[in-house]
Design a protein around this ligand. Structure first.
Ligand SMILES: *[C@@H]1O[C@H](CO)[C@@H](O)[C@H](O)[C@H]1NC(C)=O
Length: 133
């Protein structure tokens, strides 16, 4: 009987450690950032340049309908992005640690009115607008 109790206690304690480890792994989560070109079809291509203190992403040319995404491994750094479309330009923060670090996915929708942030790819809040020289 004592042996069985010890065995059950051992199983119980081992499970507690397993649960502890799983929670730690989730804390380490990576955020996926999506930038979607929702500009009018057949308009000029959209050029995007993003970087953070830890990462320099290559400049990207997006056609209407394109979705460009990357994952943020180091969730303590802000990602600054610049966008160029015809004679218009804009800059915005694609990833901000206090705002986005606990999100699994961050969506950006770019159309002729500006830059919209969403976390579910369907509800949007305007965060930035186009500028012209
Ligand atoms: C976001 O929504 C658009 C329009 O409904 C869809 O085409 C696209 O696949 C979605 N993207 C992701 C990453 O869920």
């Amino acid at each position: 009987m004592t042996t069985l109790c010890h065995f059950l206690l051992f199983v119980f304690i081992t499970s507690c450690f397993r649960i502890g480890n799983t929670i730690e792994v989730n804390d380490d989560q990576v955020t996926q950032v999506h930038v979607m070109n929702a500009l009018p079809k057949d308009s000029a291509p959209l050029e995007i340049r993003c970087n953070s203190a830890d990462a320099n992403l290559d400049a990207k040319q997006l056609k209407s309908g394109d979705d460009y995404s990357w994952s943020v491994e180091e969730e303590t750094a802000t990602y600054f992005c610049e966008a160029f479309w015809g004679n218009k330009f804009a800059s915005w923060h694609a990833f901000e640690p206090p705002r986005d670090a606990n999100r699994k996915t961050v969506f950006w929708l770019i159309n002729e009115n500006g830059f919209f942030l969403g976390y579910d790819n369907s509800t949007w809040v305007e965060k930035s607008t186009w500028e012209t020289e």
